[in-house]
Design a protein around this ligand. Sequence first.
Ligand code: PAF
Length: 254
Amino acid sequence: MTEVLQDIASARKRFRKITRAGTSLGLVPTMGALHEGHLSLVRRAADENDVVAVSVFVNPAQFDDPEDLKRYPRNFEEDRGILESAGTDLVFYPDTGDMYADGYRYKVTEIEDSQFQEGAHRRGFFDGVLTVVLKLLNIVGADRAYFGEKDWQQFNLIRGMAEAFFLNTEIIPCPIIREYDGLAMSSRNARLSSAERELAPAFHRILAGTGSPEDKAARLEDAGFAVDYVEEREGRILGAIHLGKVRLIDNVRI
Ligand code: PAF
């Protein structure tokens, strides 16, 4: 039976009891709206740790658009059922007011790698992500925490933060999980209309195809996407597009 922890003080005590007993603890941080991509992280965490905790917290600090925050899919009971059947031991589901009892006066800012790509298009996004992840890692005290490579820039910044602040949690990258047609799994896919869903796999196809980042951006625009960026960095092509009201990101190793 999956145990749900909401109160931060009691959750800390529970997590500490686990790690003090010498039991290894893996954490999968999520914002809910779970799909197969999240479950692949849960399975990996279960393979590598004695106990698996999943956090479900829609973090307001990483949304620069209040409408996007409002539209973000939330269904805790469904998520809890999915996690229960995946054999998750603990679900941490804190309250927003408790997580930001300081009124978000304190935040983590990275000043170089967070400035381009996602950071250039979503104001304050990485401050919000790094801050909430630091809070979660401090509360849970896990041995390992698992992040999907779809959010490649996010993963790198979190790993950099863990090194910079000498955190005890090892940050583990996990491969992108794709739909049968190549579309990277994302909680946002559920908001695509059927016409948008049909077009969406072309995003990955074009990113993974031949040509310069500029060629790929032009091809994406021609195909009907509004392109935020297509850029090459550290052996990867990374892109972000809008399809109607939905913004998707993806990346492929060159
Ligand atoms: O990738 C996500 O789902 C979120 O950015 C994360 C890491 C759970 C922080 O809110």
